[in-house]
Design a protein around this ligand. Structure first.
Ligand code: ATP
Length: 212
């Protein structure tokens, strides 16, 4: 489903991803853990087309997407949850969640009742401006935004770290179930304990990825 071959990415003078190769099959959830500055965000951003790739290739379902802009990558069915959430603070929670559906001109695929099963408290937040939500609530909104248009593949940047304990457990439960329906994902965390349920686990250190 997602295949990365010898990926090299620089942030200024820093060689942030060094010869990274990785393959994720349909229905697989792969975890990468690493300390701050190890290169996790850079890897997800380069898959999403948000930072330029120096060399190497990224394929999604056999199509080379290495030089694709982010909007084209999103339209292929890849959903992204950035570590810093990137919500539009002035918009209400429900509007933030629906942005990908409007952008891709598709109807909502994962419905609000599913979000309410993951986190019942979301119901009372729908009408609130996103900027007035707590950090944990904002992380959930970013997750639900990534899900709303029905992605087949998720890129999750330290989202477990940003959630409260109950939401963390039900989000993990949701992902574990959905991989049986073919949902795949690449999940980065600095805390290895959040990734024990993943199908494969890697460690990234100073830009180098090692299988565990
Ligand atoms: P964190 O958990 O702190 O987000 P990370 O594992 O996601 O860390 P990256 O954010 O990918 O790591 O950073 C990899 C390297 O690239 C680090 O040395 C970091 O300082 C550098 N870096 C990241 N973003 C930028 C940027 N916008 N400009 C310059 N250097 C950057």
């Amino acid at each position: 489903m997602l295949k990365i071959e010898k990926l090299n990415v620089y942030r200024g003078y820093i060689h942030a991803n060094i010869d990274i190769s990785l393959e994720i099959k349909k229905g697989e959830m792969v975890g990468i853990f690493g300390s701050n500055g190890a290169g996790k965000t850079t890897l997800l951003q380069s898959i999403m087309g948000l930072v330029p790739v120096e060399s190497g290739s990224i394929y999604y379902n056999g199509l080379e997407i290495t030089a694709f802009p982010p909007y084209k990558i999103a339209r292929l069915g890849i959903g992204y949850v950035p570590e810093d959430r990137r919500l539009i603070g002035e918009l209400r929670v429900k509007e933030n969640i629906l942005i990908p559906c409007w952008g891709k001109k598709v109807s909502q695929r994962v419905k609000f009742n599913t979000f309410e099963e993951i986190f019942p408290g979301i119901k009372k937040l729908y009408g609130k401006s996103a900027e007035f939500c707590s950090g944990g609530e904002q992380m959930l909104i970013a997750i639900f935004r990534a899900l709303s248009s029905g992605p087949e593949f998720l890129l999750l940047d330290e989202c477990f770290e940003g959630l409260g304990g109950v939401a963390r457990e039900s989000w993990k439960e949701y992902l574990s179930q959905e991989r049986k329906n073919g949902l795949s994902g690449l999940i980065t965390e600095s805390n290895r304990a959040f990734l024990t349920w993943c199908d494969k686990l890697y460690q990234i250190e100073r830009g180098i990825l090692k299988p565990l």
